[in-house]
Design a protein around this ligand. Structure first.
Ligand code: GRG
Length: 304
């Protein structure tokens, strides 16, 4: 990122989230998957330089999307810090997000693999489409759940799934192994977001680094609310008006607490993790494959 010297503000903003405070969940998955795929392919587990780069690229794309997401949501805190948009303003936040994304694109181009470039292009397209889907809503309960799961895949799981596929391609794995890597990432990523949506109702402000019920306050109906609506149809009207009337957020919160919405979301996350385990278990045994299996437990038990 040597070009960042161009403007000291730009450098400071772009460095802001690369402070080791994020969980680096995506690079961890990518590195483990790369090693597990290499061993499966009959080579040394040693990570290739290109696979290591994918770990950095995925974190950069993720970070750029967080910066833009905070502008869209008007968020004030992220990872327990004040957001870029609150410190430097929305215009600079958008530009800095773009800059991080362009640095990721440059690193991607340097890999010299057009298939991997198109895989990440698809992941970035999905991030944008997922965010757009979040801005729209569906009228009927059935449509709403399908829409929610598709949005969840695009907004969160696609980047993880496609990064896993990218490292398997760079390791010269065949299409069967590429599909296993993709499906592991897809299922783990959906579970990750379901748990995130659950934590919005169960975690304290300090643990998440953002306020609780943040989604309700943004007018968003996530898993726990959608499940609660099956038990308390009164929620339907609140969902349709995006919890915009006085007292809606508190009322919806109460319905969720009285329902099995959180437990059902948790159960669904478990099911996605089971499928992730089934997929990755088709790879040859290795410490990294076992770590990928254990990662599902970490996803399900995380508190932040
Ligand atoms: C600029 C690439 C780009 C995209 C624009 C705004 C947008 C389109 C997409 C937003 C996607 C988004 C923010 C999804 C949320 C995914 C999610 C669960 C984030 C939290 O991830 P953690 O918990 O965060 O891994 P840390 O802070 O640990 O990295």
């Amino acid at each position: 990122m040597e070009q960042l010297a161009v403007s000291s503000d730009l450098k400071e903003i772009c460095d802001y989230y690369f402070d080791g405070k994020g969980k680096a969940f995506r690079p961890m998955v990518v590195i483990l998957m790369g090693k597990a795929c290499n061993l499966h392919h009959g080579k040394s587990r040693e990570l290739l330089k290109s696979q290591h780069s994918v770990g950095m690229i995925v974190e950069m794309i993720h970070t750029a999307s967080l910066v833009h997401d905070d502008v869209i949501d008007g968020s004030e805190t992220r990872r327990g810090k004040i957001t870029v948009n609150k410190i430097w303003g929305e215009r600079k936040a958008i530009l800095a997000g773009d800059f991080v994304l362009s640095s990721a694109s440059m690193a991607l181009a340097r890999l010299g693999n057009t298939t991997v470039v198109s895989i990440f292009t698809r992941a970035i397209e999905d991030l944008v489409r997922g965010e757009f889907m979040q801005l729209s809503s569906k009228e009927t309960e059935n449509e709403r759940f399908v829409h929610y799961l598709e949005k969840t895949f695009k907004k969160t799981a696609s980047l993880i799934a496609n990064s896993c596929k990218a490292v398997s391609i760079l390791g010269n794995c065949n299409s069967e192994v590429q599909e296993i890597a993709y499906q592991y990432g897809r299922n783990l990523g959906i579970a990750f977001q379901l748990v995130d949506d659950m934590l919005d109702f169960t975690s304290s402000t300090n643990q998440l680094g953002k306020p609780t019920a943040a989604d309700l306050k943004l007018g968003l109906a996530t898993g726990p609310v959608l499940f609660a609506c099956q038990q308390f149809p009164e929620l339907h009207a609140l969902i349709l008006r995006h919890f915009s009337s006085d007292g809606d957020v508190d009322l919806a919160w109460e319905y969720v607490q009285q329902s099995d919405g959180v437990q059902q979301t948790c159960y669904l996350a478990h099911q996605y993790c089971q499928e992730a385990i089934r997929q990755v278990s088709m790879l040859h045994p290795s410490p990294e494959r076992d770590a990928l299996i254990q990662l599902t437990e970490i996803v399900l038990n995380r508190h932040k």
